[in-house]
Unconditional design. Structure first.
Length: 479
């Protein structure tokens, strides 16, 4: 029996943790002298962490920096286990909290299990495998650094990171840095470009580099932190100095459902127009969300640092060229007044649509849209809820329905297929006599318990990229 199904959003945490935690267990078998073994604090992540200058001086892997007469202790986990040198690779991870639609923030469950010792051991392992000095820098308020993670994507965050890099360079004698920015850490890396001329290879992987586009896509007018004017890297490209030794790569999976390929490509277009040497590399991510490209980011940064040409890097790593430009026009699937006006399509109009069926039922005709992903013959059907706001009859679309596009449903169909292992398909019912405000969706729910499924769907309801927070924690200091 052949079924269809649609992708919406389910976190495949087990897959993501498999490689990372196995590596962590290997790494922590050798203690990192001087680094704490107490896990990072969830409450401090949410409310802010305070460290005095004196206490900072006593910590392993820490620098005290002052911005606007206010000091912070920035932690970093550094290793030159493979070889010394005058250049190092710096890794900046993504956000480690998720924020739901009500503005409630929750620490990543993976993050609160990690310790400074596991971070240091992870850096040592990466340095050995990559063959270059390596460090993971904790953004303010994360991974042991003082400050407030709630005030990320601000000028102060970028200034603190830049000041910390200056201090680290002096301490370890580095002349040149190569930076990998993963997910929201890519925001930090891209925002450093106008401020520094000592960056050689900058790899922005699955990166939040156009905050404006990202907010538009999730239907928000302000950042998930509440900041109405977050710093936006796409607006800074004209300030980046043109240098022959600068190489910028943007690594993108076209099906990324955490930070869209569309927003990443917008940055590439804008930076290229400004004359910057940017190469976008389309790579298949290994996770269901098509997001976790942190391993490729590290490898490309090191290849670039060791002199591999841009063309050779693209030829080696690009394996998922999109059929259409990721920033091609994506009109909204539902008009704002669809709940009161309805939708009427003729047979001719229906049959020219990709993924559409013209049906006759009890003397009435319907055009049914669907989006499919997957190749096997076994799938499930998921029916999504009303298009309208659930708390009142006001004729307004809910935020999810208002932002839906045909392309976004297709990306989620592919995601569900990867999670479920079978085909997926999504299907609104826009017929003249269709039930008002109802969307029919085929989807592939995970093979897990009902309670696990509900937790997954609650996570999906959030606007803070929970998949990104888990992936950021995994990528941080362990493989």
């Amino acid at each position: 029996m052949r079924h269809l199904a649609v992708a919406v959003a389910c976190a495949s945490l087990a897959f993501a943790l498999a490689g990372g935690m196995a590596h962590a267990q290997t790494a922590t078998s050798t203690a990192a002298s001087g680094f704490e073994t107490v896990p990072f604090s969830g409450p401090e992540l949410l409310s802010g962490k305070r460290i005095t200058e004196a206490d900072c001086a006593a910590l392993a892997g820490a620098v005290w920096v002052v911005v606007d007469r206010q000091g912070e202790c920035i932690r970093y986990y550094h290793s030159a286990a493979s070889a010394a040198g005058r250049e190092a690779v710096v890794f900046l991870s993504g956000d480690v909290v998720s924020t739901n639609a009500r503005g409630e923030a929750r620490p990543s469950s993976t993050y609160v299990k990690m310790t400074p010792e596991t971070m240091q051991n992870g850096s040592a392992s990466w340095s050995r495998s990559l063959g270059i000095p390596y460090l993971h820098l904790g953004r303010p308020g994360t991974y042991g650094s003082s400050g407030e993670h709630a005030k990320r994507r601000t000028a102060r965050e970028i200034e603190l990171v830049s000041a910390a890099l200056d201090a680290i360079k002096v301490r370890h004698g580095y002349a040149r840095l190569h930076v990998i920015g993963y997910a929201e850490g890519g925001h930090t890396a891209a925002a450093l470009l106008p401020r520094r001329t000592d960056l050689g290879c900058v790899v922005l992987t699955s990166a939040l580099v156009s905050v404006r586009d990202w907010l538009n896509e999730i239907g928000r007018s302000e950042d998930v932190t509440g900041n109405k004017n977050p710093l936006d890297p796409i607006a800074l490209v004209d300030r980046v100095a043109k240098r022959p030794d600068l190489h910028v790569f943007v690594l993108t999976d076209p099906d990324d459902v955490v930070i869209s390929a569309r927003s990443q490509t917008s940055y590439v277009r804008r930076a290229t127009a400004a004359g910057l040497p940017v190469r976008q590399v389309f790579i298949a991510a290994p996770d269901a969300q098509a997001h976790a490209l942190w391993r490729a980011g590290r490898e490309i940064a090191v290849g670039c640092a060791k002199g591999m040409s841009e063309d050779a890097i693209v030829a080696k790593y690009q394996n998922k060229t999109p059929e259409r430009p990721p920033d091609a026009d994506e009109p909204r699937l539902h008009a704002p007044d669809v709940l009161t006006r309805g939708i009427a399509l003729t047979e001719v109009q229906c049959k020219v649509l990709a993924g559409a069926l013209w049906l006759r039922i009890e003397g009435r005709t319907f055009c049914v849209r669907y989006w499919t992903g997957g190749k096997t013959d076994d799938a499930m059907v998921f029916l999504e809820g009303d298009l309208g706001e659930s708390d009142k009859e006001n004729g307004k679309l809910n935020s999810h329905s208002a932002q839906a596009t045909s392309a976004s449903l297709q990306r989620r169909a592919h995601m569900w297929s990867r999670i479920y292992g079978g085909p997926t398909s999504s299907s609104p019912v826009p017929a003249p006599s269709a039930p008002r405000g109802i969307t029919g969706v085929t989807a592939a729910p995970c093979s897990r318990s009902k309670s696990s499924w509900r937790r997954s769907m609650r996570s999906r309801a959030g606007t803070g990229s929970s998949a990104s927070t888990r992936s950021a924690s995994r990528a941080a200091g362990i493989r």
